[in-house]
Design a protein around this ligand. Structure first.
Ligand code: BES
Ligand code: ZN
Length: 458
């Protein structure tokens, strides 16, 4: 890497962090309709970054939240890289568990705390600042860059596919780069070659047309809370396997080699349990914790509400119960087929005395990338240099990033998943944070990556 870039990165490190904090102050919760105006402010902030660097940039409206698209195409003959990230964040609840407010970024002990710090504002921002470093020093970039920064990742990227499909020519690239995953452990960076897919649904069960006095009416009508508890209990057998008919039919089993590779990572289960505050791990019988998280499908309750949940007692039979469920999927499970299978299965489990309603939110298939790709080699070299380590682990992850499979299907693109975060950063939880040193190392790795990718096509 040019000495001038290294100098620029260190001289501007504090300002980069200040700018990230500015972005973190904007409450871009894509799921919350109240945040709609903030979503536009978030998009404008990102747009401004690109416009100031001389990128051709625009804010693309969608049926949901806007997409920021920006391109710099002044490296004729060099590869073209797609960078994807998201400026939307998960809801910050429960607010009372945050040490400092989620949208007032705070530095403590080398971390920046805020909703979106690691997922994905902090990680996404590294790829903007790396381009800035090249342009403000060398004056050009060694590759062509196209950025798609969206505002709906955390709600399933439902409007992104249309944008990609409508712009296939314009979005032509050689490879995609996404930093929205994790390192294997602190100071042990990783490249992720597999993600799980997802399907997300909500079930509402209704009994009486209003909440009832449980003494006057209780025992004579079905209780929807009890009913939904039975539905939920029917999702798994006592081996931790999902009971939806056909759920495992398309599952690609792990090879012995991949299982061995996972074992060779030397997973620290004691530390894992301590971090999560559990005495025991639990899950599908016959699989290790890493296998359960990265390569086995699951069915999880995300939220459950019914009846009175305030302080003190209240004697009612509630009218309604509601549950939010997601299944994590692995190759080759189909989110549409399984959404319908889940629908039919739960409907069949619901007693006729209760009304059953089912709604589907979003879904995407799992993604697995060739771990022997030359792109991985180039990226690994950049990451090793920036982290000052001699090894980059190849891992899979359990989370989902819907766009990566769409990149493959619509644009024929492979995606390099370069995670600068940590699974202990509390993403989707209270007190989300990002290691400031990793923010800066991420910028450096990204700056080095452009060079490595440019060198590939000679
Ligand atoms: N950044 C995460 C995904 C992730 C995190 C992958 C850590 C691997 C390691 C992403 O923003 C996310 O949370 N996605 C959602 C997608 C869903 C709402 C469609 C997820 O996985 O729940
Ligand atoms: Zn994310």
């Amino acid at each position: 890497m040019h000495a001038s870039i290294a100098k620029y990165l260190s001289e501007n490190a504090d300002r980069f962090l200040e700018e990230l904090k500015e972005l973190l102050r904007i409450p871009t919760v894509s799921a919350d309709p109240v945040c709609k105006p903030h979503m536009l402010r978030g998009a404008e902030f990102v747009y401004r970054q690109f416009a100031d660097l001389g990128f051709k940039a625009e804010i693309v409206p969608t049926a949901g939240h806007p997409i920021v698209y920006a391109e710099w195409l002044n490296a004729p003959g060099a590869p073209t890289v797609m960078v994807y990230g998201h400026y939307d964040v998960q809801p910050a609840d429960p607010l009372n568990l945050w040490t400092t407010p989620p949208f007032e970024p705070t530095i403590r002990d080398g971390y920046v705390y805020a909703r979106g710090a690691t997922d994905d504002k902090g990680q996404m921002f590294t790829h903007i600042k790396s381009a800035e470093a090249w342009l403000r020093t060398v004056g050009s970039l060694p590759v062509n860059l196209k950025y798609v920064i969206e505002g709906e990742e955390e709600v399933g990227s439902n409007n992104l596919e249309d944008f990609l499909k409508a712009n296939t020519e314009r979005l032509k690239c050689d490879v995609a780069v996404v930093s929205d995953t994790s390192q294997y452990a602190p100071n042990q960076p990783a490249i992720t070659y597999g993600l799980r897919g997802i399907l997300a649904v909500e079930i509402t069960v209704t009994g009486p047309c209003k909440d009832l006095h449980s003494g006057i009416f209780g025992g004579a009508v079905a209780n929807p809370a009890t009913g939904i508890a039975r539905l939920i209990a029917s999702l798994h057998d006592d081996q931790g396997r999902v009971r939806i008919p056909g759920f495992y039919d398309q599952v690609v089993e792990l090879t012995a080699a991949e299982r061995q590779q996972f074992r060779d990572l030397g997973f620290d289960e004691v530390a894992f349990k301590a971090e999560l505050g559990v005495d025991e791990v639990a899950g599908e019988a016959g699989y290790s914790t890493i296998e359960r998280r990265w390569a086995r499908p699951t069915c999880e309750v995300n939220g459950l509400v019914s009846g009175y949940t305030g302080d003190g007692p209240k004697t009612i039979v509630p009218s309604k119960a509601k549950v939010k469920i997601t299944c994590r999927l692995v190759p080759d499970q189909d989110p549409h087929v399984l959404t319908e299978a889940l629908h039919q299965y739960l409907k069949s489990q619901c007693p006729p005395s209760l009304k059953f309603e089912f709604a589907s939110f979003h879904g995407c298939p799992a993604f697995v990338f060739d771990p022997n790709s030359p792109y991985i080699e180039a990226a690994a070299a950049a990451v090793k240099e920036a982290w000052g380590v001699d090894r980059v682990r190849l891992i899979r992850e359990g989370g989902s990033i819907p766009v990566v499979q769409t990149f493959k299907d619509v644009l024929g693109l492979d995606t390099l998943l370069l995670g600068w975060g940590l699974n202990t950063d509390n993403l989707h939880s209270p007190n989300e944070h990002f290691t400031i040193a990793d923010f800066h190392r991420g910028i450096e790795a990204s700056a080095r990556l452009w060079d490595k990718l440019a060198a590939m096509k000679s």
